[in-house]
Design a protein around this ligand. Sequence first.
Ligand code: M6R
Length: 608
Amino acid sequence: MIIFMCGIIGFTGNKPVKNILINGLEQLEYRGYDSAGIAVLDENGINIRKRTGKVAQLREAAMDLNEEAYCGIGHTRWATHGGVTNVNAHPHKSGRVVLIHNGIIENYRELITEYGLKNKLVSETDTEVVAALLDTLYSGDPIKTIRKAVDLISGSFALCIMFEDHPGIIYAVRNVSPMVAASFDGSSIIASDITAIIPYTKRYFVVPEYHILTIDKGSIKCEDLNGNTVEPEILEVNWDISSAQKGGYPYFMLKEIYEQPDALDRTVRPRVENGLPYLEEDGISDSLFKGIKNITVIACGTAMHAGMVGKYVFENKLRIPVNVEIASEFRYKDPIIDKDTLTIVLSQSGETIDTLEALRLAKRKGSPVLSIVNVKGSTIARESDYVLYTHAGPEIAVASTKAYTVQIAAMYLIACRFGLVKGIMSEEEAREFISKLENVRTLIEETLKSANTIKMVANRIMISPDVFYIGRGIDYTLSLEASLKLKEISYIHSEAYAAGELKHGTIALISENVPVIAIATEKNVYSKVISNVKEVKSRGAYVVLVSHDDKIDDTSICDMQIRLPEADSTFSVFATAVVLQLIAYYTSDAKGLDVDKPRNLAKSVTVE
Ligand code: M6R
């Protein structure tokens, strides 16, 4: 199978297109960075440049390209199959057609056979098959040709297409894979997400699925597959371009870690009235919660870890059973849910395909779906019954940080409102809960002052082949997230364990100098975690303790200590998360890696 999760951009208008495309690809590079390419179209025809490696290499390769072309398309690729080669990079041209693609064409083999396309192909990609198919079907009418092709292809796709004999115009169509578009000042732009559009305009629309766009200078026509014109809803971005730039930080990840106090404020404060959570303005009325008996949380990766923290609060404070499900597993199950189950879907991008398919399954089972999403107008947001937007602003680093903490905060808001509606929480308890939630900004700011100590920990663990994280209860869920973060950006093998589980097998891996990062913020199990810490310490582990303790001098407990500001563990999670994110960040940085663009990964996972 050929898999792509890519960044795409198209521009036509009154400005030279080459640098607009290349700059846009730089903004989109976090979506995929194996190779990049552009195609420009003018009266003299199509010109393509493509290169493996980063967009910077493409910039070099495109030096000689016509500066006077005003229409073009560009692509950054993330590939797991089909080889990272110049030939496999997009755009792909076949005869009079050139295109870029994000998604998977599932029936590309059948298309090759049925339409005799083999001799037209030079790459190993499914994308080129679509270009060849379009060229074969082309009758001089792009819309009719695209309609026919869309009818024949199956899979997910976001396609931007140019026809050599229609200079100045880009055609686009999509199924599942995201695309947004906008017109402004005599120009038009289309991209896989708004980070590439925001330098030009804040007003955009989400390209409706199975609709064909005719993108001309300053105007975009949108029609369904029967040729009816459709006016898509115009949305407005509530952040500006500086949010999508590094702003003096060496990496987006570090910037995004430091943005957490503001992101949390933006997510929580507008939803608090008279000290109580208020979700009516988000269209979430109390009646949603009334008949609910249990909750299923669906998400992937970091978002799922945020769901686990939410579970902890729902179950411990409200006694409501919560099932946290990995979306890619859930979607192939026959889940036991119905109208009495509230499904909460968590997704930063709102485009993760496994999460989306799991959401669709939950809906088919009759469960009301409330999603917690960061990207406005994303597919998950649009397909959910209710949406609570997090307001983290754009998250560019592949490793998720601020999206995670705002997802936890959103879960807390829902839990608190739920508790009030069900009469499980009194107004007084809810006020105290919300006031503590509003105060997490201070806890994070205080924690950020420990950055130098955290850097020392990173310098120590960067040389280790393995790192273990342990904790109990809510700290165990944080360990899982910490371990994921470290693995994905430092490439150090890491595992997270419920501290009490170690002695059932894993402790065999603990030997001299193996780093164990122990998180101990829960008072009721604190002494148990410390006993587990002593067990690993006495077997030679290098222990870093993350806790509220005053300074610990006892080396039988730990080698390094990171002290958290005093708080109830339910709210300490925000500060602890920051510590763990910084450990991963500084470790990756100390190893000289590209923190924002870890190998083999892409930001938005739009394939299964
Ligand atoms: O966009 P989503 O929140 O749906 O993404 C889910 C995961 O792919 C994501 O959280 C991933 O695990 C993180 N990038 C890891 O840091």
